[in-house]
Design a protein around this ligand. Structure first.
Ligand code: KIV
Length: 284
């Protein structure tokens, strides 16, 4: 594979203008980031979903800025070419515009990521505007926004009725006007996603379970590669069942150690006879 160029904002827009769908996956660690970068994934989201996929919490709410900084820096080290996004965790931007700018700045300065993402519509437009004015590219997130899952009534489709759909359309417009260069639509009907994509002027629209009519697709890595044991959402396709492969390997490991078939001589280092004899003498 030819050496990749570092992905930039103009390159993302050019790809979308050329009608080529953008590829986007979540990622939380160095080795997976390396593989995604090598595979040519355009955008990598270090999502606060790491609270569930990596840390085993029931929601994303306990995730802190320090958690996000550590994982985002690891992903940046593994993926020097992809466009890396730091996801602003719960209460890192909701309290005030200033809090939002300070924490977005921490992401950029301490991790080397390319931009940040935050959840919410018109009510968060001033945070988006403040971050964008500080020179930090920012992505909005509408539809199913996991940090508000309690208020939304669970992990379910958003924008089903005309009124709810209109609210999401208005929110998308507010975020674009505030300076978001990209908006993620999570779990909204395909036609709503299509309308928002058609109406976006200078903003990339990305779909997570919202159909094919966006500028690109996002999937949660753990859902797409069989690595989250609790459930697999309908919107995810399993592209490779890495979880099953790893589990079979683990069972082999347990069996081989138990049966004394691992390790074999190629897996250890011997000691020359002379040194061994000298050691025994030293022990006498
Ligand atoms: O944290 C995350 O991975 C996200 C996705 C659900 C879009 O925000």
């Amino acid at each position: 594979m030819p050496e990749r160029k570092k992905m930039t904002l103009p390159m993302l827009f050019k790809k979308a203008q050329d009608g080529l769908p953008l590829t986007w996956l979540t990622c939380y660690d160095y080795p997976t980031a390396y593989l995604q970068d090598q595979a040519g994934v355009d955008m990598i989201l270090v999502g606060d979903s790491l609270g569930m996929t990596m840390l085993g919490y029931d929601s994303t709410l306990p995730v802190t800025m320090d958690d996000m900084i550590r994982h985002t820096a690891a992903v940046r080290r593994g993926a020097p070419h992809a466009w890396v996004i730091g996801d602003m965790p719960y209460m890192s931007y909701q309290p005030s515009v200033e809090t939002a700018i300070r924490n977005a700045g921490r992401f950029m300065a301490e991790t080397g990521c390319d931009c940040v993402k935050l959840e919410g519509g018109a009510e968060m437009a001033d945070r988006v505007a403040g971050i964008a004015r500080a020179g930090i590219p920012v992505i909005g997130h509408l539809g199913l926004t996991p940090q508000s899952v309690s208020a939304l009534g669970g992990f379910r489709l958003q924008g089903k009725s005309a009124l709810q759909a209109k609210k999401i359309l208005d929110d998308a417009k507010a975020l674009e006007q505030a300076g978001a260069f990209c908006i993620l639509l999570e779990l909204v009907p395909d036609r709503l996603c299509q309308l928002i994509t058609q109406r976006a002027k200078d903003c990339l629209i990305m779909s997570l379970g919202s159909g094919p009519h966006a500028h690109g697709q996002l999937l949660i890595y753990h859902d797409a590669f069989g690595l989250y044991p609790r459930f697999k959402p309908r919107m995810a396709k399993v592209f490779a069942d890495a979880g099953a492969v790893i589990r079979a390997g683990l069972e082999d490991y347990v069996r081989e150690v138990t049966e004394h078939t691992f390790p074999q001589p190629e897996n250890w280092f011997g000691m020359p006879d002379e040194a061994y004899a000298e050691l025994l003498q030293l022990l006498e």
